[in-house]
Design a binder for this molecule. Structure first.
Ligand SMILES: Nc1ncnc2c1ncn2[C@@H]1O[C@H](COP(=O)(O)OP(=O)(O)O)[C@@H](O)[C@H]1O
Ligand SMILES: [Mg+2]
Length: 266
């Protein structure tokens, strides 16, 4: 359906979409112009997979279009993202623990019907222009040797993808949901917390943010009960696959991934 005439206040913005109130306790996640329809359909399909699970996710209704942009209608959560609250309170101990607890709940669910995490990692490693063919071959060999798993992996689980409404946490953003080994999803979260650059808006506070990133990751790993050694190969393939997601403007992150890979002999 279209949603002309229903559009209201902008209540959130991510890298791929704006989230706009549309009345009736709902929002539309309106993807950026030109964002691939396939990916929007994937997020909608993934959101449907979650409806039967006992998890604090947000219910989706239908796909919509507005002025040529594709969107998905979701229930509205009247709260703030965990990332904003964390930056405001600096209580990384509390939120790193909560993040780990939420992820353990997800990982305890099986998600047979979803796409495989290893398939996505492989596709992304093959796709990037920033790796040599021999390095791609080494990474794909490494990936092949890792276990498949069939856990519910969120695929993009970080502080910005949890909304808190009156002390209740809601997991959002289902574009990258897949089935895989728990270490794969945990490595992706470690990458997203610890290895992504400090956002431009926080640049004045770089040292403090870097300190909190490291502390939050350590606390998160302790709570989730996995040590860094178990994740080392997963982190390598996750960082390599990340290269295919980065735009031309994200040169800092691209360079830090390449530096990390080269320190690991790639
Ligand atoms: N159902 C919702 N109710 C209220 N706010 C939301 C909802 N979904 C997303 N948001 C807000 O919009 C932001 C971006 O949404 P998200 O799905 O994470 O988009 P992206 O894929 O671009 O990261 C979130 O951080 C949150 O602040
Ligand atoms: Mg998001």
């Amino acid at each position: 359906m279209g949603c002309d005439g229903m559009i209201g206040k902008l209540i959130g913005k991510g890298n791929t979409a704006e989230v706009i109130a549309v009345g009736d306790g709902k929002v539309v996640k309106l993807f950026n112009r030109g964002y691939p329809l396939d990916s929007v359909c994937k997020e909608f399909e993934n959101s449907k997979l979650l409806h039967g699970l006992e998890l604090p996710t947000v219910k989706s209704y239908e796909m919509v279009t507005y002025e040529g942009r594709n969107g998905i209608l979701y229930d509205r959560i009247d709260g703030e993202s965990m990332l904003d609250i964390l930056l405001h309170t600096e209580d990384y101990e509390k939120y790193a623990n909560t993040l780990a607890k939420l992820q353990k709940q997800m990982l305890a669910c099986k998600l047979g019907g979803a796409v495989s995490l290893k398939f996505i990692l492989k596709r992304n490693i093959e796709y990037t222009d920033h790796l040599s063919m021999p390095n791609k071959a080494k990474l794909i060999n490494m990936l092949d040797s890792l276990p498949d798993g069939d856990c519910f992996c969120h695929g993009d689980f970080h502080f910005g993808n949890v909304i808190i409404e009156q002390e209740q946490n809601y997991i959002i953003d289902y574009m990258n949901v897949c089935r895989g080994h728990e270490y794969g999803d945990i490595a992706r979260t470690v990458y997203l917390i610890e290895m992504t650059p400090v956002p431009a808006a926080q640049i004045h506070n770089t040292e403090r943010i870097l300190f909190m990133k490291k502390q939050a990751t350590d606390i998160y790993l302790q709570e989730i009960g996995v040590n860094r050694e178990c994740l080392s190969e997963w982190l390598l393939v996750t960082a390599a696959a990340r290269l295919s997601e980065l735009s031309n403007e994200q040169t800092d992150e691209k360079n830090s991934v390449l530096e990390y890979l080269s320190k690991q002999g790639l």
